[in-house]
Design a protein around this ligand. Structure first.
Ligand SMILES: [Zn+2]
Length: 187
């Protein structure tokens, strides 16, 4: 079973053209920022942790980089879990696609969960600052939002999470050095 949690997102300053090659400069778009909850037997796996709940109903929204993308959250991840009778402490596994803030904003809600993260991503956000200020800001925000998880499991390459081929984390560096995708076989 898979269920999607979401936050509304709008691109400011015509940033659509930054994301979509060939898109007209100056045009903005709206889309959803999602994370997914997957049930495997009696286990729950959360794929990404969404936009921080601290931004809930903030009319100014929240951004990973000022004035680039603005996120508006009108329902917290905690409340979306409660709608199906779950608490954050029921989620045993939190797998991170990459460490941009809109994907790890609520990792701190899961202090007892095992956090599955690509080693290359962890090493990247803990590397020295480079010449690109935007990247430096994103790395600093990632370190802040990730904190120091008690059960951090760093992964190299691809991983079959439950050993039965149902949920596989696939290394796909590019968007960030340790980005990855999730392959799910639903039954
Ligand atoms: Zn990203």
């Amino acid at each position: 079973m898979a269920r999607r949690a979401k936050a509304a997102v709008s691109f400011a300053l015509g940033a659509f053209s930054l994301m979509m090659q060939g898109a007209p400069v100056g045009r903005g778009i709206e889309f959803s920022s999602t994370c997914w909850l997957i049930k495997h037997g009696r286990d729950w796996l959360l794929w990404d942790a969404g936009v921080p709940e601290s931004s809930l109903n903030d009319p100014r929204g929240w951004s990973t980089l000022p004035k680039l993308i603005v996120y508006h959250l009108d329902k917290s991840l905690t409340d979306q879990l409660a709608e199906i009778g779950l608490k954050p402490s029921d989620i045993g596994l939190v797998a991170i696609s990459h460490t941009h803030g809109d994907h790890i904003g609520n990792v701190s809600l899961f202090p007892n969960s095992t956090i599955l993260m690509q080693r290359a991503e962890y090493n990247w956000i803990n590397s020295a600052n480079g010449p690109n200020d935007n990247l430096n800001q994103l790395m600093a925000l990632a370190r802040k939002l990730l904190g120091t998880p008690r059960n951090l499991h760093l992964i190299d390459g691809d991983t079959d999470v439950f050993g039965d081929g149902s949920i596989t984390l696939i290394s796909k560096p590019g968007h960030t050095p340790g980005s990855r995708s999730l392959l799910v076989h639903l039954v």
